[in-house]
Design a protein around this ligand. Structure first.
Ligand code: AMP
Length: 542
Protein backbone atom coordinates (compact mmCIF):
# COMPACT_ATOMS: atom_id res chain seq x y z
CA UNK A 1 0.00 0.00 0.00
CA UNK A 2 1.20 3.46 -0.81
CA UNK A 3 1.26 6.13 1.81
CA UNK A 4 -2.23 7.46 2.28
CA UNK A 5 -3.41 11.01 2.94
CA UNK A 6 -5.33 11.91 6.08
CA UNK A 7 -9.12 12.19 5.75
CA UNK A 8 -9.45 15.82 6.71
CA UNK A 9 -11.76 18.71 5.94
CA UNK A 10 -8.75 20.29 4.24
CA UNK A 11 -8.89 17.41 1.76
CA UNK A 12 -12.61 18.10 1.26
CA UNK A 13 -11.94 21.76 0.62
CA UNK A 14 -9.05 21.12 -1.75
CA UNK A 15 -11.06 18.59 -3.74
CA UNK A 16 -13.97 21.01 -4.14
CA UNK A 17 -11.68 23.88 -5.09
CA UNK A 18 -9.60 22.00 -7.64
CA UNK A 19 -12.17 19.68 -9.19
CA UNK A 20 -15.43 21.63 -8.83
CA UNK A 21 -14.11 25.19 -8.65
CA UNK A 22 -16.99 26.42 -10.83
CA UNK A 23 -19.75 25.13 -8.56
CA UNK A 24 -21.26 27.79 -6.38
CA UNK A 25 -22.54 28.85 -3.01
CA UNK A 26 -25.59 31.05 -3.64
CA UNK A 27 -26.83 33.14 -0.72
CA UNK A 28 -30.43 34.33 -1.06
CA UNK A 29 -31.06 37.93 -0.17
CA UNK A 30 -34.84 37.95 -0.55
CA UNK A 31 -35.06 39.58 -3.96
CA UNK A 32 -31.79 38.41 -5.49
CA UNK A 33 -28.75 36.35 -4.68
CA UNK A 34 -25.07 36.63 -3.93
CA UNK A 35 -22.83 34.07 -5.64
CA UNK A 36 -19.39 32.74 -4.86
CA UNK A 37 -17.60 29.91 -6.64
CA UNK A 38 -15.99 27.10 -4.68
CA UNK A 39 -12.64 28.68 -5.59
CA UNK A 40 -13.72 31.96 -4.00
CA UNK A 41 -15.04 30.13 -0.93
CA UNK A 42 -11.71 28.34 -0.49
CA UNK A 43 -9.74 31.58 -1.01
CA UNK A 44 -11.91 33.38 1.53
CA UNK A 45 -11.45 30.46 3.94
CA UNK A 46 -7.70 31.02 3.68
CA UNK A 47 -8.16 34.75 4.30
CA UNK A 48 -10.36 34.02 7.30
CA UNK A 49 -7.80 31.55 8.66
CA UNK A 50 -5.13 34.25 8.38
CA UNK A 51 -7.41 36.73 10.14
CA UNK A 52 -8.24 34.28 12.93
CA UNK A 53 -4.56 33.51 13.40
CA UNK A 54 -4.07 37.25 13.79
CA UNK A 55 -6.74 37.24 16.52
CA UNK A 56 -4.77 34.61 18.42
CA UNK A 57 -6.68 31.48 17.41
CA UNK A 58 -4.43 28.44 17.36
CA UNK A 59 -4.65 24.69 17.14
CA UNK A 60 -7.49 23.19 19.20
CA UNK A 61 -9.11 26.55 20.07
CA UNK A 62 -12.85 26.74 19.67
CA UNK A 63 -14.40 29.31 17.35
CA UNK A 64 -18.14 29.85 17.74
CA UNK A 65 -20.46 30.81 14.88
CA UNK A 66 -23.82 32.48 15.44
CA UNK A 67 -24.88 32.62 11.82
CA UNK A 68 -27.55 31.74 9.30
CA UNK A 69 -26.99 29.46 6.34
CA UNK A 70 -24.90 31.90 4.32
CA UNK A 71 -21.64 32.20 2.42
CA UNK A 72 -19.56 33.43 5.36
CA UNK A 73 -20.73 30.53 7.49
CA UNK A 74 -19.52 28.15 4.77
CA UNK A 75 -16.15 29.94 4.72
CA UNK A 76 -15.90 29.38 8.49
CA UNK A 77 -16.87 25.71 7.96
CA UNK A 78 -13.55 25.36 6.12
CA UNK A 79 -11.28 27.97 7.67
CA UNK A 80 -11.71 26.95 11.30
CA UNK A 81 -11.23 23.15 11.09
CA UNK A 82 -8.58 23.35 8.36
CA UNK A 83 -6.39 25.66 10.45
CA UNK A 84 -6.58 23.06 13.23
CA UNK A 85 -9.11 24.91 15.39
CA UNK A 86 -12.59 23.61 16.24
CA UNK A 87 -15.78 25.04 14.72
CA UNK A 88 -18.52 25.38 17.33
CA UNK A 89 -21.82 26.13 15.64
CA UNK A 90 -24.20 27.97 17.98
CA UNK A 91 -27.92 27.40 17.84
CA UNK A 92 -29.52 30.79 17.29
CA UNK A 93 -32.86 29.62 18.65
CA UNK A 94 -31.58 28.76 22.12
CA UNK A 95 -32.78 30.73 25.12
CA UNK A 96 -30.01 33.18 26.19
CA UNK A 97 -29.12 31.22 29.35
CA UNK A 98 -28.40 28.06 27.36
CA UNK A 99 -26.47 29.96 24.72
CA UNK A 100 -24.16 31.46 27.35
CA UNK A 101 -23.81 28.06 28.99
CA UNK A 102 -22.62 26.30 25.82
CA UNK A 103 -20.21 29.09 24.79
CA UNK A 104 -18.66 28.92 28.26
CA UNK A 105 -18.68 25.13 28.39
CA UNK A 106 -16.95 24.90 25.00
CA UNK A 107 -14.65 27.79 25.98
CA UNK A 108 -15.05 29.57 22.66
CA UNK A 109 -12.23 32.01 22.01
CA UNK A 110 -13.74 33.97 19.13
CA UNK A 111 -17.38 34.22 18.05
CA UNK A 112 -18.42 35.04 14.47
CA UNK A 113 -21.86 36.61 14.46
CA UNK A 114 -24.21 37.73 11.72
CA UNK A 115 -25.19 41.37 12.25
CA UNK A 116 -28.89 40.48 12.32
CA UNK A 117 -28.18 38.35 15.40
CA UNK A 118 -26.37 41.05 17.37
CA UNK A 119 -29.32 41.57 19.77
CA UNK A 120 -29.23 37.86 20.63
CA UNK A 121 -25.50 37.92 21.30
CA UNK A 122 -25.81 41.19 23.20
CA UNK A 123 -28.24 39.50 25.61
CA UNK A 124 -25.43 37.14 26.73
CA UNK A 125 -22.18 38.92 25.86
CA UNK A 126 -21.49 40.03 29.44
CA UNK A 127 -21.78 36.39 30.64
CA UNK A 128 -19.21 34.97 28.22
CA UNK A 129 -16.09 34.03 30.13
CA UNK A 130 -13.60 32.97 27.46
CA UNK A 131 -14.40 35.02 24.35
CA UNK A 132 -11.55 37.32 23.32
CA UNK A 133 -13.01 38.75 20.10
CA UNK A 134 -16.27 39.11 18.22
CA UNK A 135 -16.28 39.19 14.41
CA UNK A 136 -19.40 40.70 12.88
CA UNK A 137 -20.69 39.70 9.43
CA UNK A 138 -22.57 42.56 7.75
CA UNK A 139 -23.54 45.96 9.10
CA UNK A 140 -25.17 46.57 12.47
CA UNK A 141 -24.99 48.43 15.74
CA UNK A 142 -22.08 46.69 17.46
CA UNK A 143 -22.19 48.98 20.50
CA UNK A 144 -24.79 46.58 21.97
CA UNK A 145 -21.96 44.12 22.60
CA UNK A 146 -20.35 46.45 25.14
CA UNK A 147 -16.73 47.52 25.16
CA UNK A 148 -14.95 44.72 27.04
CA UNK A 149 -14.33 42.44 24.09
CA UNK A 150 -12.89 43.83 20.83
CA UNK A 151 -15.30 43.77 17.88
CA UNK A 152 -14.07 43.32 14.30
CA UNK A 153 -15.71 43.48 10.90
CA UNK A 154 -15.63 40.21 8.98
CA UNK A 155 -15.49 41.98 5.62
CA UNK A 156 -12.59 44.19 6.68
CA UNK A 157 -10.61 41.35 8.23
CA UNK A 158 -11.04 39.15 5.19
CA UNK A 159 -10.30 41.95 2.71
CA UNK A 160 -7.03 42.74 4.47
CA UNK A 161 -5.85 39.14 4.74
CA UNK A 162 -3.83 37.06 2.27
CA UNK A 163 -5.71 34.44 0.20
CA UNK A 164 -3.01 31.87 0.83
CA UNK A 165 -2.59 29.99 4.05
CA UNK A 166 -0.13 27.25 4.87
CA UNK A 167 -2.77 24.68 5.87
CA UNK A 168 -1.24 22.39 8.49
CA UNK A 169 -1.11 18.63 8.02
CA UNK A 170 -3.61 17.44 10.60
CA UNK A 171 -4.19 14.18 12.37
CA UNK A 172 -7.46 12.95 10.84
CA UNK A 173 -8.70 11.96 14.29
CA UNK A 174 -8.27 15.46 15.66
CA UNK A 175 -11.41 17.46 16.51
CA UNK A 176 -12.87 19.54 13.67
CA UNK A 177 -16.27 20.72 14.84
CA UNK A 178 -18.70 20.50 17.70
CA UNK A 179 -22.42 20.85 18.15
CA UNK A 180 -24.43 20.73 21.37
CA UNK A 181 -27.52 18.56 21.47
CA UNK A 182 -30.80 20.41 21.62
CA UNK A 183 -32.75 17.59 23.20
CA UNK A 184 -35.76 18.00 25.41
CA UNK A 185 -34.22 16.55 28.56
CA UNK A 186 -31.21 17.52 30.61
CA UNK A 187 -28.43 19.94 29.79
CA UNK A 188 -27.18 20.16 26.22
CA UNK A 189 -24.21 17.88 25.59
CA UNK A 190 -21.30 18.75 23.30
CA UNK A 191 -20.76 16.31 20.46
CA UNK A 192 -17.35 16.57 18.82
CA UNK A 193 -16.82 15.54 15.19
CA UNK A 194 -13.34 14.62 14.00
CA UNK A 195 -11.94 15.38 10.56
CA UNK A 196 -12.13 11.71 9.72
CA UNK A 197 -15.71 11.25 10.94
CA UNK A 198 -16.79 14.29 8.94
CA UNK A 199 -15.03 13.13 5.77
CA UNK A 200 -16.43 9.60 5.94
CA UNK A 201 -19.92 10.81 6.76
CA UNK A 202 -19.88 13.21 3.80
CA UNK A 203 -18.73 10.42 1.48
CA UNK A 204 -21.44 8.11 2.78
CA UNK A 205 -24.19 10.64 2.13
CA UNK A 206 -23.18 10.84 -1.54
CA UNK A 207 -24.20 7.24 -2.17
CA UNK A 208 -27.47 6.77 -4.05
CA UNK A 209 -28.71 4.99 -0.94
CA UNK A 210 -28.70 8.46 0.65
CA UNK A 211 -28.97 11.44 -1.76
CA UNK A 212 -26.61 10.62 -4.63
CA UNK A 213 -25.75 14.35 -4.78
CA UNK A 214 -23.56 15.28 -7.74
CA UNK A 215 -22.39 18.19 -9.89
CA UNK A 216 -25.79 18.53 -11.55
CA UNK A 217 -27.47 19.16 -8.20
CA UNK A 218 -28.49 22.43 -6.65
CA UNK A 219 -28.94 21.64 -3.03
CA UNK A 220 -31.14 23.84 -0.87
CA UNK A 221 -29.56 23.95 2.57
CA UNK A 222 -32.60 24.44 4.78
CA UNK A 223 -31.35 22.46 7.74
CA UNK A 224 -29.59 25.05 9.89
CA UNK A 225 -25.81 25.03 9.65
CA UNK A 226 -25.84 25.31 13.45
CA UNK A 227 -27.50 21.90 13.71
CA UNK A 228 -25.31 18.85 13.05
CA UNK A 229 -23.33 20.53 10.27
CA UNK A 230 -26.52 21.00 8.24
CA UNK A 231 -26.74 17.20 7.98
CA UNK A 232 -23.28 17.20 6.35
CA UNK A 233 -24.57 18.81 3.15
CA UNK A 234 -21.88 21.52 2.88
CA UNK A 235 -19.00 19.03 3.03
CA UNK A 236 -20.74 16.49 0.79
CA UNK A 237 -21.46 19.25 -1.75
CA UNK A 238 -17.79 20.20 -1.88
CA UNK A 239 -16.84 16.57 -2.45
CA UNK A 240 -19.38 16.13 -5.25
CA UNK A 241 -19.53 19.59 -6.83
CA UNK A 242 -23.17 20.23 -5.97
CA UNK A 243 -24.08 23.91 -5.87
CA UNK A 244 -25.46 25.04 -2.51
CA UNK A 245 -28.41 27.37 -2.12
CA UNK A 246 -28.32 29.20 1.20
CA UNK A 247 -31.50 30.90 2.42
CA UNK A 248 -29.83 33.24 4.93
CA UNK A 249 -32.45 34.47 7.39
CA UNK A 250 -35.25 33.85 4.85
CA UNK A 251 -36.41 30.63 6.43
CA UNK A 252 -40.20 30.79 6.15
CA UNK A 253 -41.79 28.10 3.97
CA UNK A 254 -43.02 30.78 1.58
CA UNK A 255 -39.55 32.33 1.16
CA UNK A 256 -38.02 28.90 0.65
CA UNK A 257 -40.56 28.12 -2.08
CA UNK A 258 -39.51 31.33 -3.86
CA UNK A 259 -35.87 30.30 -3.60
CA UNK A 260 -36.57 26.80 -4.94
CA UNK A 261 -38.34 28.26 -7.97
CA UNK A 262 -35.84 31.09 -8.63
CA UNK A 263 -32.71 28.94 -8.29
CA UNK A 264 -34.14 25.64 -9.57
CA UNK A 265 -33.22 23.60 -6.51
CA UNK A 266 -32.93 19.86 -7.17
CA UNK A 267 -32.41 18.60 -3.61
CA UNK A 268 -34.27 19.89 -0.57
CA UNK A 269 -33.58 18.55 2.92
CA UNK A 270 -35.87 19.71 5.73
CA UNK A 271 -37.65 18.69 8.91
CA UNK A 272 -41.30 17.55 8.70
CA UNK A 273 -42.72 20.80 10.12
CA UNK A 274 -41.11 22.67 7.24
CA UNK A 275 -42.47 20.24 4.67
CA UNK A 276 -45.92 20.69 6.23
CA UNK A 277 -45.44 24.47 5.96
CA UNK A 278 -44.57 24.19 2.26
CA UNK A 279 -47.71 22.15 1.63
CA UNK A 280 -49.68 24.86 3.39
CA UNK A 281 -48.16 27.57 1.16
CA UNK A 282 -49.34 25.44 -1.77
CA UNK A 283 -52.95 25.87 -0.62
CA UNK A 284 -52.51 29.66 -0.87
CA UNK A 285 -50.72 29.97 -4.20
CA UNK A 286 -49.29 27.94 -7.01
CA UNK A 287 -45.90 26.42 -6.29
CA UNK A 288 -43.20 25.52 -8.76
CA UNK A 289 -41.36 22.56 -7.28
CA UNK A 290 -40.75 21.01 -10.69
CA UNK A 291 -36.95 21.26 -10.43
CA UNK A 292 -36.73 19.18 -7.23
CA UNK A 293 -35.66 15.62 -8.00
CA UNK A 294 -35.76 14.47 -4.39
CA UNK A 295 -36.72 15.79 -1.00
CA UNK A 296 -35.40 14.41 2.25
CA UNK A 297 -36.97 14.65 5.65
CA UNK A 298 -35.46 13.87 9.02
CA UNK A 299 -35.22 14.90 12.63
CA UNK A 300 -38.71 13.63 13.47
CA UNK A 301 -41.18 11.18 11.98
CA UNK A 302 -42.86 12.48 8.83
CA UNK A 303 -46.53 11.56 8.54
CA UNK A 304 -47.37 9.27 5.61
CA UNK A 305 -50.12 11.71 4.61
CA UNK A 306 -47.45 14.34 3.95
CA UNK A 307 -45.36 11.99 1.80
CA UNK A 308 -48.47 11.06 -0.19
CA UNK A 309 -49.60 14.65 -0.60
CA UNK A 310 -46.24 15.78 -2.05
CA UNK A 311 -46.19 12.82 -4.42
CA UNK A 312 -49.78 13.35 -5.55
CA UNK A 313 -49.77 17.13 -5.86
CA UNK A 314 -46.21 17.81 -7.02
CA UNK A 315 -44.81 14.45 -8.13
CA UNK A 316 -42.15 15.03 -5.47
CA UNK A 317 -40.56 12.06 -3.71
CA UNK A 318 -39.57 12.76 -0.16
CA UNK A 319 -37.31 10.14 1.36
CA UNK A 320 -37.23 9.94 5.13
CA UNK A 321 -33.92 9.69 6.95
CA UNK A 322 -32.97 9.08 10.54
CA UNK A 323 -30.16 10.54 12.55
CA UNK A 324 -29.05 12.35 15.67
CA UNK A 325 -26.59 15.05 16.62
CA UNK A 326 -24.47 12.17 17.94
CA UNK A 327 -24.53 10.35 14.58
CA UNK A 328 -23.25 13.22 12.38
CA UNK A 329 -26.29 12.74 11.64
CA UNK A 330 -27.18 10.30 8.86
CA UNK A 331 -27.73 6.69 9.97
CA UNK A 332 -30.55 5.51 7.75
CA UNK A 333 -32.62 6.47 4.72
CA UNK A 334 -35.97 4.90 3.92
CA UNK A 335 -35.55 4.37 0.17
CA UNK A 336 -38.02 1.63 -0.75
CA UNK A 337 -36.63 -1.80 -1.64
CA UNK A 338 -35.96 -2.60 -5.26
CA UNK A 339 -38.82 -5.07 -5.67
CA UNK A 340 -41.61 -2.65 -4.82
CA UNK A 341 -43.66 -0.93 -7.53
CA UNK A 342 -43.12 2.83 -7.43
CA UNK A 343 -46.30 4.71 -6.64
CA UNK A 344 -47.96 1.66 -5.04
CA UNK A 345 -49.45 1.72 -1.57
CA UNK A 346 -46.74 -0.68 -0.55
CA UNK A 347 -44.07 1.80 -1.57
CA UNK A 348 -45.42 4.23 1.01
CA UNK A 349 -45.40 1.47 3.64
CA UNK A 350 -41.62 1.33 3.16
CA UNK A 351 -41.15 5.04 2.84
CA UNK A 352 -42.79 5.62 6.21
CA UNK A 353 -40.18 3.46 7.91
CA UNK A 354 -37.76 5.64 9.87
CA UNK A 355 -34.86 4.48 7.73
CA UNK A 356 -32.89 1.68 6.17
CA UNK A 357 -29.45 1.31 7.68
CA UNK A 358 -26.72 2.89 5.54
CA UNK A 359 -23.27 1.39 4.99
CA UNK A 360 -20.89 2.53 7.70
CA UNK A 361 -23.38 2.37 10.54
CA UNK A 362 -24.20 -0.72 12.57
CA UNK A 363 -27.38 -1.03 14.58
CA UNK A 364 -28.83 -3.42 17.09
CA UNK A 365 -32.08 -3.48 19.01
CA UNK A 366 -31.67 -4.22 22.67
CA UNK A 367 -34.14 -5.38 25.32
CA UNK A 368 -34.39 -3.79 28.78
CA UNK A 369 -31.99 -6.42 30.13
CA UNK A 370 -29.35 -5.50 27.52
CA UNK A 371 -29.76 -8.57 25.31
CA UNK A 372 -29.91 -8.19 21.55
CA UNK A 373 -33.31 -8.73 19.90
CA UNK A 374 -33.95 -10.37 16.51
CA UNK A 375 -34.18 -8.46 13.20
CA UNK A 376 -37.77 -9.59 12.66
CA UNK A 377 -39.60 -6.26 12.39
CA UNK A 378 -41.53 -7.10 15.54
CA UNK A 379 -39.32 -7.25 18.60
CA UNK A 380 -39.31 -3.80 20.20
CA UNK A 381 -36.29 -2.42 22.05
CA UNK A 382 -33.83 0.45 22.22
CA UNK A 383 -31.81 1.14 19.08
CA UNK A 384 -28.06 1.18 19.61
CA UNK A 385 -25.58 2.23 16.92
CA UNK A 386 -21.85 2.38 16.30
CA UNK A 387 -19.61 3.37 13.44
CA UNK A 388 -16.89 5.77 12.29
CA UNK A 389 -19.15 8.84 12.49
CA UNK A 390 -21.03 7.88 15.66
CA UNK A 391 -19.83 9.71 18.76
CA UNK A 392 -18.18 7.72 21.51
CA UNK A 393 -18.06 10.48 24.14
CA UNK A 394 -19.28 13.97 24.92
CA UNK A 395 -17.17 17.09 25.48
CA UNK A 396 -16.22 17.29 29.18
CA UNK A 397 -19.15 15.05 30.11
CA UNK A 398 -18.54 11.29 30.34
CA UNK A 399 -22.30 10.40 30.42
CA UNK A 400 -21.73 6.64 30.80
CA UNK A 401 -25.49 6.04 30.71
CA UNK A 402 -25.43 6.98 27.00
CA UNK A 403 -23.16 4.11 26.00
CA UNK A 404 -23.37 0.31 26.20
CA UNK A 405 -20.28 -1.81 25.42
CA UNK A 406 -19.03 0.68 22.83
CA UNK A 407 -22.44 1.29 21.29
CA UNK A 408 -24.33 4.59 21.48
CA UNK A 409 -27.72 4.24 23.15
CA UNK A 410 -29.97 6.32 20.91
CA UNK A 411 -32.93 6.58 23.28
CA UNK A 412 -35.09 5.63 20.31
CA UNK A 413 -37.38 2.65 20.75
CA UNK A 414 -38.32 0.58 17.75
CA UNK A 415 -37.94 -2.50 15.56
CA UNK A 416 -35.60 -3.57 12.77
CA UNK A 417 -36.43 -6.09 10.06
CA UNK A 418 -34.45 -8.61 8.04
CA UNK A 419 -33.64 -6.01 5.37
CA UNK A 420 -32.32 -3.39 7.77
CA UNK A 421 -35.42 -1.19 7.78
CA UNK A 422 -36.04 0.20 11.22
CA UNK A 423 -39.14 1.81 12.62
CA UNK A 424 -39.13 4.13 15.61
CA UNK A 425 -42.22 3.90 17.73
CA UNK A 426 -41.12 6.37 20.38
CA UNK A 427 -38.35 8.13 22.23
CA UNK A 428 -37.66 6.14 25.38
CA UNK A 429 -38.79 9.07 27.49
CA UNK A 430 -42.02 9.42 25.47
CA UNK A 431 -43.26 5.83 25.47
CA UNK A 432 -46.77 5.19 26.72
CA UNK A 433 -47.33 1.91 28.48
CA UNK A 434 -51.00 1.23 29.03
CA UNK A 435 -52.01 -1.83 31.03
CA UNK A 436 -48.57 -3.31 30.29
CA UNK A 437 -48.86 -2.77 26.51
CA UNK A 438 -47.00 -0.18 24.41
CA UNK A 439 -48.94 2.48 22.62
CA UNK A 440 -46.94 4.31 19.96
CA UNK A 441 -47.39 8.05 20.32
CA UNK A 442 -45.65 8.51 16.96
CA UNK A 443 -48.18 6.29 15.20
CA UNK A 444 -51.14 8.13 16.74
CA UNK A 445 -49.59 11.50 15.84
CA UNK A 446 -49.05 10.45 12.24
CA UNK A 447 -52.58 9.12 11.89
CA UNK A 448 -54.09 12.25 13.41
CA UNK A 449 -51.96 14.46 11.15
CA UNK A 450 -53.58 12.71 8.19
CA UNK A 451 -57.07 13.76 9.30
CA UNK A 452 -58.60 16.74 7.48
CA UNK A 453 -59.82 17.84 10.94
CA UNK A 454 -56.29 18.26 12.29
CA UNK A 455 -53.50 20.77 11.67
CA UNK A 456 -51.03 19.07 14.00
CA UNK A 457 -51.15 16.70 16.96
CA UNK A 458 -48.83 15.45 19.69
CA UNK A 459 -49.63 12.57 22.01
CA UNK A 460 -48.28 12.19 25.55
CA UNK A 461 -48.84 9.62 28.28
CA UNK A 462 -50.74 10.71 31.41
CA UNK A 463 -51.28 8.78 34.65
CA UNK A 464 -54.36 6.58 34.83
CA UNK A 465 -55.69 4.70 37.88
CA UNK A 466 -56.79 1.66 35.96
CA UNK A 467 -54.23 1.35 33.14
CA UNK A 468 -51.26 3.11 34.83
CA UNK A 469 -50.91 5.33 31.78
CA UNK A 470 -53.17 6.42 28.93
CA UNK A 471 -52.60 8.63 25.90
CA UNK A 472 -53.63 12.27 25.86
CA UNK A 473 -53.91 13.71 22.36
CA UNK A 474 -53.03 17.41 22.15
CA UNK A 475 -54.58 18.59 18.90
CA UNK A 476 -54.47 21.78 16.89
CA UNK A 477 -57.88 21.49 15.19
CA UNK A 478 -58.81 22.68 11.72
CA UNK A 479 -62.06 24.55 12.43
CA UNK A 480 -64.82 23.18 14.65
CA UNK A 481 -63.95 19.68 15.71
CA UNK A 482 -65.08 17.45 18.58
CA UNK A 483 -63.06 14.75 20.36
CA UNK A 484 -65.71 12.20 19.34
CA UNK A 485 -65.06 12.97 15.67
CA UNK A 486 -61.34 12.50 16.19
CA UNK A 487 -61.80 9.24 18.10
CA UNK A 488 -64.10 8.04 15.31
CA UNK A 489 -61.41 8.93 12.76
CA UNK A 490 -58.88 6.72 14.55
CA UNK A 491 -61.30 3.81 14.97
CA UNK A 492 -60.27 0.86 12.84
CA UNK A 493 -56.85 2.40 12.14
CA UNK A 494 -55.36 1.21 15.46
CA UNK A 495 -56.52 -1.36 18.03
CA UNK A 496 -59.53 0.03 19.87
CA UNK A 497 -57.69 0.16 23.21
CA UNK A 498 -55.03 2.37 21.65
CA UNK A 499 -57.49 5.11 20.70
CA UNK A 500 -57.02 7.97 23.19
CA UNK A 501 -59.97 8.88 25.37
CA UNK A 502 -58.25 12.06 26.62
CA UNK A 503 -58.21 15.05 24.29
CA UNK A 504 -57.16 18.62 24.55
CA UNK A 505 -57.20 21.37 21.96
CA UNK A 506 -54.14 23.64 21.80
CA UNK A 507 -53.28 26.61 19.63
CA UNK A 508 -49.93 25.20 18.63
CA UNK A 509 -47.81 22.18 19.53
CA UNK A 510 -44.75 23.60 21.34
CA UNK A 511 -41.51 23.01 19.41
CA UNK A 512 -37.85 22.69 20.38
CA UNK A 513 -35.19 25.00 18.97
CA UNK A 514 -34.83 22.69 15.98
CA UNK A 515 -38.53 22.38 15.29
CA UNK A 516 -39.42 19.09 16.98
CA UNK A 517 -42.49 18.57 19.14
CA UNK A 518 -41.53 19.54 22.68
CA UNK A 519 -43.54 17.04 24.71
CA UNK A 520 -41.77 18.04 27.90
CA UNK A 521 -43.63 21.37 27.73
CA UNK A 522 -46.95 19.60 27.12
CA UNK A 523 -46.34 17.25 30.06
CA UNK A 524 -45.51 20.20 32.31
CA UNK A 525 -48.64 22.06 31.17
CA UNK A 526 -50.72 18.98 31.90
CA UNK A 527 -49.13 18.56 35.36
CA UNK A 528 -49.82 22.24 36.11
CA UNK A 529 -53.48 21.79 35.17
CA UNK A 530 -53.07 24.16 32.19
CA UNK A 531 -54.62 21.82 29.63
CA UNK A 532 -58.36 21.43 29.65
CA UNK A 533 -58.95 17.75 28.97
CA UNK A 534 -62.14 16.41 27.38
CA UNK A 535 -62.96 12.73 27.54
CA UNK A 536 -64.43 10.32 25.05
CA UNK A 537 -65.16 6.69 25.93
CA UNK A 538 -62.30 4.77 27.53
CA UNK A 539 -61.49 1.17 26.50
CA UNK A 540 -64.28 -1.11 27.66
CA UNK A 541 -66.60 1.81 28.54
CA UNK A 542 -70.11 1.58 27.17
P1 AMP B 1 -31.25 15.56 17.35
O1 AMP B 1 -30.04 15.07 18.03
O2 AMP B 1 -31.78 16.83 17.94
O3 AMP B 1 -31.06 15.64 15.90
O4 AMP B 1 -32.40 14.48 17.62
C1 AMP B 1 -32.25 13.14 17.31
C2 AMP B 1 -33.55 12.42 17.50
O5 AMP B 1 -34.51 12.86 16.54
C3 AMP B 1 -33.48 10.93 17.26
O6 AMP B 1 -32.93 10.24 18.35
C4 AMP B 1 -34.93 10.60 17.03
O7 AMP B 1 -35.65 10.50 18.24
C5 AMP B 1 -35.44 11.81 16.29
N1 AMP B 1 -35.48 11.51 14.86
C6 AMP B 1 -34.59 11.82 13.92
N2 AMP B 1 -35.00 11.38 12.70
C7 AMP B 1 -36.17 10.75 12.90
C8 AMP B 1 -37.10 10.07 12.05
N3 AMP B 1 -36.91 9.95 10.74
N4 AMP B 1 -38.20 9.53 12.61
C9 AMP B 1 -38.44 9.65 13.94
N5 AMP B 1 -37.60 10.29 14.79
C10 AMP B 1 -36.49 10.83 14.27
Amino acid sequence: MQDDFPLTITAVMEHGRRVYGRSECVTWEGNGSRRASFVEIADNAARLANALTGLGVSSGDRVGTLCWNQQEHLEAYFAVPCMGAVLHTLNLRLPPGQLAHIVNHAEDKVVLVDATLLPLLAAVSSQLKTVEAFVVIGEGDTSVLGSEVPVHSYAELVAAASPTYEWPVLDEKSPAAMCYTSGTTGDPKGVVYSHRSTYLHAMATLATTVTGANEADRSLVVVPMFHVNAWGIPYASFLAGATMLMPGPHMTPAALCDLVAAERATLVAAVPTLWAGILQVGTERELDLSSVRMGTSGGAAIPRSLLEAFQRQYGLRIIQGWGMTETSPVGGMAHPPVDVALGSDEEFDWRTKSGRLIAGVQMRIVADDGTELPWDGEAVGEMEVRGPWITGAYHRDPAPEKFHDGWLRTGDIGTIDDRGYFQITDRSKDVIKSGGEWISSVELENLLAASPLVLEAAVIGIPDDKWTERPLACVVPRGDVTPDELAAFLKGKVASWQVPENWTFVEEVPKTSVGKFDKKVLRARFADGDLSVQRTKAPGEK
